[in-house]
Write a protein that binds this ligand. Structure first.
Ligand SMILES: C[S@@+](CC[C@H](N)C(=O)[O-])C[C@H]1O[C@@H](n2cnc3c(N)ncnc32)[C@H](O)[C@@H]1O
Length: 492
């Protein structure tokens, strides 16, 4: 089958511009086919669903189904089939119309990909916008910045999401096919502040500094790197273990402006008998940056190998058995017990002591929460620097996004609360279980005007006998502040 790549299309041609408008107006972005962080399956029209405009466009450009010419003609009006054929967007396959490209929506943006065909070279393959892309997109700070960098831009997704917030964005990819796609997508969506460079890692931007660097790297821990180097650049780095991501984070940290952020998703290896953070802590110390790692999942080395083998392409499947053995041996020799996946944020702070924080990620990361990450860095550095004495002087209030979920049990004709859980409904949606009664009474007193000391003193009036209230409650208050349940209303 002959294929047309988006490289042959002109994103600024009247036909392509009209197609963009038409897709937006059709409801293509809201059709339930946008990528989701929880990998919820897309809502696709059934085989017997009516050939409405939206169903036909989704069949043609998202599912890559061949469609009846009269349905396509109806769906693309006022464009004509002849115009789409001439522009190279579709072609005839016998009596049916087939799309030459695939179009994925996100927000009000549209991203074009080459059709995944059996004759496409693996190194030309681009990753669709996936849950890992969204993990980084939801993590990254979206506040005004002058210069941003997207390393391994692929279809250009992260660079385009940053476009409204940043003056200038540089997008790099080692794969020239990715750069062509990213450039097309930026232009098709009318974005003018992104420059694209084909090149390895940070080579194209040596000597430059950025306010914000984002990266969704080929993070798979490939236990047998030699077997995969240069194949499927979007998932295999060609380096063993987690070295690629760790080296990349270390190098990128040196390209950050003071106060600048670096966000990346990664997988890492964990040795037997040590904390999950142990290797990361060694690798990420001494960069001149504060570090926050939020762990999303952990699997045993054995599970990792099984899942990795499961995802091999058809061409690689015949080698599954030998690859499994070699992979097991690799993990055994390196003493790797488990591997984890998580998101890493660095914030450059070169002129003071740096802090490293390792947390579980909140389960719900469905919405962007980057602003809360910036707040987390601010609050935690203040707590680290000023200690308990500083904390007692702070003015705090309960987060406006705080909810309390209580379960009660019936006891002698009375409902008695048996468990209380605090949750945040926006930003970093952490939960705090087993909240005791005293803490529940304390929370509403945090009105943003009283200091922590004054709040605890008020509680003292109600519990005059418990004179160690500060000692009891300060660690809990610190923890609530640490995770965003309490927020400061003053400057530290
Ligand atoms: C996981 S994909 C991410 C694509 C896109 N940023 C996203 O989030 O959807 C990783 C990308 O990194 C690129 N890449 C791999 N090795 C690279 C290297 N050494 N230098 C620059 N880019 C690289 C791949 O070509 C691929 O496009």
């Amino acid at each position: 089958m002959s294929t047309t790549s988006q490289a042959a299309l002109d994103p600024n041609s009247p036909v392509l511009s009209q197609l963009h408008e038409l897709l937006l107006a059709s409801g293509y972005c809201e059709a339930g086919i946008a990528p989701a962080i929880d990998e919820a399956p897309p809502l696709l029209p059934d085989a017997d669903a009516e050939p409405t405009q939206l169903n036909t466009l989704v069949r043609l450009f998202f599912i890559s189904e061949d469609c009846q010419p009269h349905n396509v003609a109806e769906a693309i009006r006022p464009l004509t089939l002849a115009q789409l054929l001439q522009a190279g967007v579709v072609r005839m396959e016998g009596d049916l119309v087939t799309a030459a490209i695939r179009i994925q929506p996100y927000g009000r943006m549209l991203y074009v990909f080459n059709r995944d065909t059996s004759d496409a070279a693996p190194e030309e393959a681009l990753m669709l916008i996936s849950s890992s892309s969204l993990e980084v997109a939801h993590l990254m700070t979206r506040r005004p910045a002058q210069s941003a960098l997207d390393i391994g831009t692929g279809c250009g997704f992260l660079a385009t999401v940053l476009s409204p917030f940043c003056e200038r964005i540089t997008a790099i990819d080692v794969n020239p096919a990715a750069i062509r796609a990213a450039e097309f997508n930026a232009r098709w969506n009318g974005l003018k502040n992104i420059s694209f460079h084909a090149g390895n890692l940070l080579e194209p931007v040596r000597g430059q500094l950025f306010d914000l660097i984002v990266c969704n790297p080929p993070f798979l821990i490939t236990p047998i790197p030699a077997a995969f180097s240069s194949r499927y650049l979007f998932k295999h780095s060609g380096l063993p273990g987690d070295a690629f991501c760790i080296n990349l984070a270390r190098e990128a940290s040196q390209l950050l402006e003071e106060g600048g952020y670096f966000h990346m998703i990664l997988q890492w290896e964990e040795a037997c008998d040590s904390a999950w953070s142990s290797n990361l802590e060694k690798s990420l110390t001494g960069l001149g940056c504060d570090v926050w790692v939020a762990r999303i999942t952990t699997v045993t080395a054995e599970q990792y190998v099984a899942e990795w083998i499961d995802c091999l392409s058809e061409a690689e499947k015949p080698d599954a058995e030998i690859l499994t053995q070699q992979a097991r041996q690799y993990f055994q020799e390196k003493n790797v017990a488990t591997t984890s996946m998580g998101v890493l944020t660095l914030r450059r702070a070169s002129h003071r002591q740096n802090y490293l924080w390792f947390d579980e990620a909140p389960d719900d990361r469905l919405e962007p929460y980057g602003a809360s990450v910036a707040a987390l860095f601010d609050v935690r550095t203040q707590i680290e620097e000023h200690g308990d004495a500083g904390l007692l002087r702070r003015r705090l209030r309960a987060s406006p996004h705080l909810t309390l979920l209580q379960t009660s049990h019936l006891e002698t004709r009375e409902w008695l609360p048996s468990a209380s859980e605090l949750s945040l409904t926006q930003g970093l949606k952490y939960s705090f279980g087993d909240v005791d009664e005293q803490l529940l009474e304390l929370l509403p007193i945090f009105d943003g005007k009283l200091t922590v000391k004054q709040v605890v003193d008020q509680l003292n009036i109600e519990y005059p006998v418990a004179n160690d209230l500060i000692e009891i409650n300060l660690p809990k208050i610190r923890e609530l502040l640490w995770y965003g349940f309490l927020v400061p209303t003053d400057q530290a």
